[in-house]
Ligand binder design. Structure first.
Ligand code: NDP
Length: 330
């Protein structure tokens, strides 16, 4: 077996972290032949809980788990990290203004970005899950000048997976029949789940998804359902989605490392100006990986409807960037 890859998980004692670390240790992040060293970062108040998780990890006797460290020091947590999963974030509490939320998260993601810059492996891959994920990733990247911004990404794979599941259920086809869905923009209710390029395998033929569904279903049911699925889960389950968010984080990193083949998926990556998204914003795009960096899929036709939806979500990202810029967090 190769030497272990260090995987850092922040907020490891939280709900998503608990759903994530056992699957990482079992090989579902980097593959069945790659040993991992887990470094779990937590705030001081949650260190005991994270230490308890580490005991349970030991009790699994995972063949691939070389070591587990629990710490509240970002410089220790990110030391040698090949993959950094930034899950811990400041949740929005009742009555909190957005500026307060962004500022609180700036206090977390700025120092973490700096620690990644100083301590992580040169080819570190960073995935931000903690909300507001896109802008938290932007803050972290801004504090890591020695690491290419392409290495900082945010999670929209859960939105992508939700979109696939909705289409599959609506058309009574397996999820594997569906290809070419894109999530654009922010991981928020303004996101745009786009079916314009999606195809569905039915009766041996590949057909455009939009030929198979009503426009009204697409615009009035599918788009808001995917964008607000998080709230639906909270309403029905009585708690935020955790296992599905962890699962999407594994999908994101696995595909980034192993490549996507011919298909594309969605991830929030730094914009190079593609599709009119201002350069430097961390926005969701259709992306492919060849095992190196994510590449934005080029040349897709974007009609007026899509253009407006993308613009609305990108406007929100620009507002967030301006707000954290004003707060001196970039
Ligand atoms: P969760 O593990 O449920 O969620 C963690 C973060 O993921 C939240 O910001 C949450 O956003 C976000 N998230 C992104 N996508 C989703 C999704 N689809 N569904 C649900 N959540 C999503 O939170 P917990 O409160 O259980 O745990 C957070 C942990 O982080 C705590 O243990 C805390 O101590 C720790 N923490 C660690 C820090 C550090 O390591 N320095 C800093 C801050 C916190 P949203 O709030 O919008 O749901």
């Amino acid at each position: 077996l190769p030497p272990p890859t260090t995987v850092t998980v922040t907020g490891a004692a939280g709900a998503i972290g608990y759903a994530l670390v056992f699957r990482i240790a079992s090989g579902q992040l980097l593959g069945p032949d790659v040993p991992v060293r887990l470094r779990l970062l937590e705030v001081p108040a949650a260190l005991e809980a994270a230490a308890g998780t580490a005991l349970e990890l030991a009790d699994c006797a995972f063949r691939l788990l070389a070591d587990v460290d629990v710490t509240d020091d970002p410089n220790v947590a990110f030391d040698g990290a090949g993959v950094a999963l930034l899950v811990g974030a400041k949740p929005r509490s009742a009555g909190m203004e957005r500026g307060d939320l962004l500022e609180a998260n700036g206090g977390i993601f700025g120092p973490q970005g700096r620690a990644i810059n100083d301590c992580a492996a040169d080819d570190v891959r960073v995935l931000v899950v903690g909300n507001p994920a896109n802008t938290n990733a932007l803050i972290a990247a801004a504090h890591a000048p020695d690491i290419p911004a392409q290495r900082f990404t945010a999670l929209t794979r859960l939105d992508q997976n939700r979109a696939i599941a909705q289409v599959a259920e609506h058309l009574s086809v397996p999820v594997t029949a569906i290809d070419g869905i894109t999530i654009w923009g922010n991981h928020s209710a303004t996101q745009f789940p786009d079916l314009a390029h999606a195809t569905v395998q039915v009766d041996g033929a590949r057909r455009p998804a939009l030929d198979l569904v009503d426009r009204a279903w697409y615009v009035d049911e599918f788009i808001p359902r995917v964008a607000k699925r998080g709230a639906e889960i909270i309403r029905v389950r009585g708690a935020s989605s955790a296992a599905s968010a962890a699962n999407a984080a594994l999908d994101h990193v696995f595909d980034w490392v192993h490549g996507t083949g011919g298909e594309w998926t969605s991830a929030a990556v730094v914009s190079d100006g593609s599709y009119g998204v201002p350069e430097g914003l961390i926005s969701s795009f259709p992306v492919r990986s060849n095992g190196g960096d994510w590449e934005i899929v080029q040349g897709l036709d974007v009609d007026d409807f899509a253009r407006q939806r993308i613009a609305a979500s990108v406007a929100e990202l620009e507002e967030e960037r301006a707000a954290v810029g004003t707060l001196g967090l970039l």
